[in-house]
Design a protein around this ligand. Sequence first.
Ligand code: HEM
Length: 653
Amino acid sequence: MPRLVNIAAPAILLVVAFVSLFVGLAIGGGAQAELLADPGAIVRYGLPAAQLLFNISAAATIGSLAMVCFGLDAKRPEFSRALDFASATAMVWTVSSLFTGLLTFESVYLQPIAFDDRFGQLLGSYLISQPIGQAALVSTIIPAVVTILCFAVRSQTTLFFVTVLSVAGLIPMALQGHAAGSAGHDMAVSSLGLHLVFVAIWLGGLLLLVAIRKQLEPDRLPVVLGRFSTLAIFCFVVVAASGIANAQLRVGDWSRLLTPYGILVILKVVAILGLGLFGAVQRQFLIRKLAVASQAKHRYFWWFVIAELAVMGFASGIAAALARTRTPIPQEVLTTTPAYILTGEPLPPELTPIRYLTEWKFDILWILIVAFLAFFYLAGVRRLRKRGDHWSIFKTASFMIALLVLFYVTNGAVNAYEKYLFSVHMLAHMTLGMIIPVLIAPGAPITLALRAINKRDDDSRGVREWIMLAVHSRVAKVLSRPVVAAIFFAGSLWVFYYSPLFRWATEDHIGHTFMIFHFLISGYLFVQTLVGTDPLPYRAPYPMRLVILLATLAFHAFFGVTLMTGTGLLLADWYGAMGRPWGVDAITDQRAGGGIAWSIGEIPTLALAIFVLIMWSKSDARLAKRLDRKAARDGDADLAEYNSMLARLERRP
Ligand code: HEM
């Protein structure tokens, strides 16, 4: 029986997946022969099949590593067994990526595989100079490296970075396929990227449960399953939201749902509802039952898991077919306006005060980040309250307002216009780097997390353990020095705008996302070292904080004034070439951006300075009170000691 489960689980997943793929290709027409330039049946069917194996093996690797990082005990056999499994699936991932890359080459260049110079040169130039070839190369190198690292590394901290690397192995794919099209490109990349990563964690985590089954003692299974189930709920929400967001870009409205593409999407929705049901039964019923059931009874649970894997296989097969199916909304919109050529999206209407409220450009990544942060923060406060601990309403309000502002900056008019107007970009920068961190710091999210999240009682690491590790790490020790945080914060202003980073963040959606994270983190760190209450390895004396703040204030002002008085246009071939028929010209707009950097930069900095002064006076008052209490307790021994010292000095000849 035990051996059967180990074979049946992956076998049923793969068989159902491949059958669903071919059914999906038949429904969607994704493998139909092209009238012109037909690469042949082997490529038309081989490519989605290789892609499907790529998706499943990538999922098995990433899901296993996610469980290694968040669910498994490093001191038990389940841990190294999981890494062996991850190493093996990463090898399959590497080989399937190789085939996907080769078949993609075939489908683009229509060159039959030949072992001659010409074929080699063509393949070489495809891999080195073509974006689709470069994506194939990166998507092969990363799993190859992950294979070795999973085999060789056993440190939990290093494995966290191996997991991040393996997730990066999915990014090139999120940029290809239908997401490479121009319609709604940013949202397409965000939604498909999120979709792929969380499908991988979900499917891979479930597969891993089967792979480490024998290493799990009977009392361990409910514990590990409980942790997987928490991850799975998270994945369910992200996969559904990102899938619907992506489908919306391709299908548009309900009227196109009965197109072949639409029908495949419907099948996936049915699949995810089924998976949701499996998840609910697991969480509400099975975990408790397993804790009391005999080992013999556990076999029913494993057939339940195999059934769940079959539904996952169905969804994965349909997904690979979907990626090859013509979308009801054409992905290439042929307009030749300068703004469209540069950004891949139509120019929004003229920016007027009212449009700051009416124009929106949603980004599923930030919608989910804000929603989850709000949910977990309020759940943490509720847990503290439930056990009778106090958490000030001011902290909660400050954090929630910070999230509202973050939602607006990443989804509202600022997000819709920052690609076209430097001034709006600067508004985004200053809000992310200054205003939001000044609102987050009083909310003390780290303190709340450390107080609300339960400690793990084995050698695994949950969110609480990872936060503790990060707060006490050597990196945190360096970054929590106000001077370092100030240089990181203010210095990155100059580095960002006067290096290729600005172009990357403006032209590329992934660059743009990194920019938002960087501004938020550098701003949060800076504010945290000055006025934050969250735990930090080092706290600078108040006078020093004030000096650093004033220096940063001056630096910021200087940066703003440079832009306000500058004559050279930053990214002239972007902001200067937008062809906006409305608003001020690009250099005037840039100067307005300088004004925003100066003003919006200064106001929160001033607020911070006042905050530091208040905290300083309060800490002095606390010190005075403490000294008074001591004096009262020991009859003012310090003063007596001091006076006797003065007396001794006086008596000296
Ligand atoms: C609400 C449910 C879901 C919806 C609406 C949905 C929608 C989508 C869409 C629109 C795409 C992009 C296809 C393209 O390139 O045009 C996609 C890709 C994908 N989906 Fe889903 N999905 C859902 C659930 C799932 C589930 C449950 C799984 C797996 C367990 C899954 C696995 C995938 C994979 C692997 C891809 C990438 C396919 C490829 O490019 O090869 N999806 N999904």
